[in-house]
Design a protein around this ligand. Structure first.
Ligand code: NAD
Length: 488
């Protein structure tokens, strides 16, 4: 079976290209397509698996099966669905290390980071398994005229599409609420990191999830993802990925007005550091926000703004801290792929052209030899209008720029088309509200980063997305609401 095969492959890594298979109605199907993509281990650059590019016909088959399964699954009780999610939670827990090892091999992240993400995937299932048991609906009686109540029903078959940076965690953030609220799914992980999704299918099979409730198709965006989002039986799309793809999905589905759309897109997030901070804590938080998962988290703070009075001290101490604590191969993993390595490198070449100061790091070689490694890079003397400062690099690269006062800090933070997340570091309680409530971002972390509570709204403002997910927000995504008015 899949989990055991994966286990044995751990020891013979690199010896064979492990071909993935679609999972449709709880059976593994060798893709009829002849096209495959090679999947590389970013830490060595060697191929270790092959990802089929599923055709529109294969996507159609998965959607048809998910549609048939919806008829039964949408009528199950919450207790039945909760129990199913509970079994899935337990099975991932039992295979925690296996998932972590493979995620680390496939994505390039460190094993420690992969373990954190597997734990968060476990929380996604355990959270929604209990959420549905306690959800409440609004019932009102106004002036004895009519009893008014909200009735929700599962919205249908969903396309669940995820990116490559936190593969298991982000895909389960979609699958868990989707099936908890009674919908069925055709999921497609990123073609760059498909292994953990493949392992997850074996968990669904072992958990005896009814056939067709979750189907997994592998493939790229242009063929597989595109066919999936356009399918007319797909009633909703929960997508996490780049803003350009989000725009394409909106265009491709503009005429299908019935489709629920949840789009979690890119970021270029600011970290604001005021002069009253505890310097040591501020440095640790800003460094973690910049370099965790080698900067490949949509929520990473890649634009650091520091109040002028402490700017010079901050740059020196921050650079020393990162040089010591974020060593390549220890806390910094490899970046996900060769194209991504080249993309990050192109921004560093631009930094050289624009005469930015490399406080730490340098231009990596144009052709990497043993894996896709990029050292943490700290840049100063970058113009706020430079592409380095305005575009999402999505790697271990951070800029530091000074500001005078609160007004300038807010204006610099908001001077970007994205609005996903921000970090605000200050001890001043009044300032926390004054500045925090003006920042154009869906998530503002005050004196912390990446703290999450799964019931709160997750998502971005501006070009960073449409809608929110988490707790009742996910219920909004995956259910249809009708309000009934019943007079006496
Ligand atoms: P991407 O948009 O290239 O791909 C994401 C997914 O979409 C992949 O599975 C891909 O195959 C699929 N896809 C591509 N074109 C498609 C199409 N036309 N129709 C349907 N599906 C299509 O993004 P990526 O490079 O994999 O991921 C990096 C991006 O994801 C960054 O911009 C990052 O900020 C963003 N991201 C956002 C969040 C968030 O929560 N807001 C979280 C993680 C990553």
């Amino acid at each position: 079976n899949t989990l055991e095969k994966a286990q044995s492959l751990c020891s013979s890594l690199g010896s064979a290209a492990f071909p993935l298979q679609n999972f449709i109605s709880n059976t593994y199907n060798t893709s009829t397509s002849t096209e495959y993509l090679d999947s590389h281990n970013p830490k060595t650059g060697k191929i270790f698996s092959r990802v089929p590019i599923s055709s529109a016909e294969e996507v159609d088959r998965a959607v048809q099966d998910a549609t048939e399964a919806f008829a039964g699954w949408s009528k199950t009780t919450r207790a039945v669905r909760s129990a199913c999610l509970g079994k899935i939670t337990k099975l991932i827990e039992e295979n925690r290390e296996l998932f972590a090892v493979w995620e680390s091999i496939d994505q390039g992240k460190t094993l420690e980071r992969a373990r954190i993400e597997v734990d968060r995937a476990i929380s996604n299932f355990s959270y929604f398994s209990t959420y549905i048991l306690h959800e409440e609906n609004t019932v009102r009686m106004i002036d004895n005229v009519a009893l008014t109540y909200e009735h929700r029903s599962p919205a249908g078959v969903f396309a669940l599409i995820s990116p490559w940076n936190m593969p298991l965690y982000l895909l389960t953030w979609k699958i868990a609420p989707c099936i908890a609220f009674g919908c069925t799914a055709v999921a497609k992980p990123s073609e760059v990191t498909s292994i953990s999704a493949f392992l997850l299918t074996e968990v669904f099979r072992r958990a005896s999830l009814p056939a067709g409730v979750v189907n997994m198709v592998f493939g790229n965006g242009a063929t597989t993802g595109s066919a999936l989002v356009k399918h007319d039986k797909i009633k909703g799309i929960s997508f996490t990925g780049g803003t350009a793809t989000g725009i394409q999905i909106r265009k491709d589905t503009a005429h299908q007005i019935y489709k629920h759309l949840s789009l979690e897109l890119g970021g270029k997030n600011p970290t604001l550091i005021f002069e009253d901070v505890d310097m040591e804590k501020a440095i640790a938080t800003a460094a973690m926000a910049a370099f965790e998962n080698q900067g490949e988290i949509c929520l990473c703070g890649s634009r650091i703004y520091v109040q002028k009075s402490i700017y010079a001290t901050f740059v020196t101490q921050f650079t020393a801290h990162v040089a010591e604590k974020y060593q390549v191969g220890q806390r910094i993993g490899a970046v996900v792929s060769l194209p991504h390595y080249q993309k990050i490198r192109s921004y560093l070449a631009l930094a050289e052209d624009e005469k930015a100061v490399f406080e730490l790091g340098s231009l990596p070689p144009s052709t990497p030899e043993n894996g896709y490694w990029i050292a943490p890079t700290i840049l100063t003397s970058v113009s706020p209008t430079s592409r380095i400062m305005t575009e999402e690099i999505f790697g271990p690269v951070v800029t530091i720029y000074p500001f005078e006062d609160e007004a300038e800090a807010v204006s610099l933070a908001n001077g970007n088309p994205n609005g996903l997340a921000a970090v605000l570091l200050t001890k001043d309680g009044a300032r926390i509200r004054r500045v925090g409530e003006k920042i154009e971002a869906g998530l503002v972390w005050v004196n912390c980063w990446l703290v999450r509570e799964l019931g709160t709204g997750f998502g971005g403002m501006k070009n960073s997305g449409t809608g929110r997910e988490g707790g009742a927000f996910s219920r909004e995504v995956f259910t249809n609401l009708r309000t009934l008015h019943v007079p006496d």
